[in-house]
Design a protein around this ligand. Structure first.
Ligand SMILES: [Zn+2]
Length: 127
């Protein structure tokens, strides 16, 4: 009898441990994506934007001035206009921008999914 009680207790502890781990993972996903876009932070480098302005229509995210210039240089090169403006404007630099933009789009899509909205709702109810 004592063994059965001990086994039940162990299962209960294991279940609670798994539930706690699942909560921590949910919290990590929620916090990583809930503050993903802030108009006062550069979406690319994370620096605070001193004087936020409405981003130009061609800029999909709030950028600080240097990152906006880099993004615009990337766009010009992608559109076949002009030459690289700096030595680091290499094919890998352009690839970095392409993947970063895809990553941001994937985050936007996930943020607007039913699963993420449910995660945020449940996360807020627990905190
Ligand atoms: Zn920046």
């Amino acid at each position: 009898m004592a063994e059965i009680i001990d086994l039940n207790l162990r299962h209960k502890h294991q279940r609670r441990k798994l539930e706690d781990q699942a909560k921590q993972r949910a919290a990590a996903v929620a916090s990583a994506l809930s503050c993903g876009l802030c108009p006062r932070r550069c979406a690319h480098c994370g620096m605070a934007i001193e004087n936020p302005v409405i981003p130009p229509p061609e800029a999909p995210y709030p950028f600080c001035s240097p990152c906006l210039e880099e993004y615009q240089a990337f766009r010009r090169l992608e559109d076949g206009q002009g030459e690289p403006e700096a030595y680091w404007h290499s094919p890998r630099w352009a690839e970095m921008w392409r993947y970063w933009l895809k990553h941001m789009k994937a985050c936007d899509d996930f943020r607007s999914s039913a699963e993420f909205l449910r995660l945020m709702r449940e996360h807020q109810e627990q905190s």
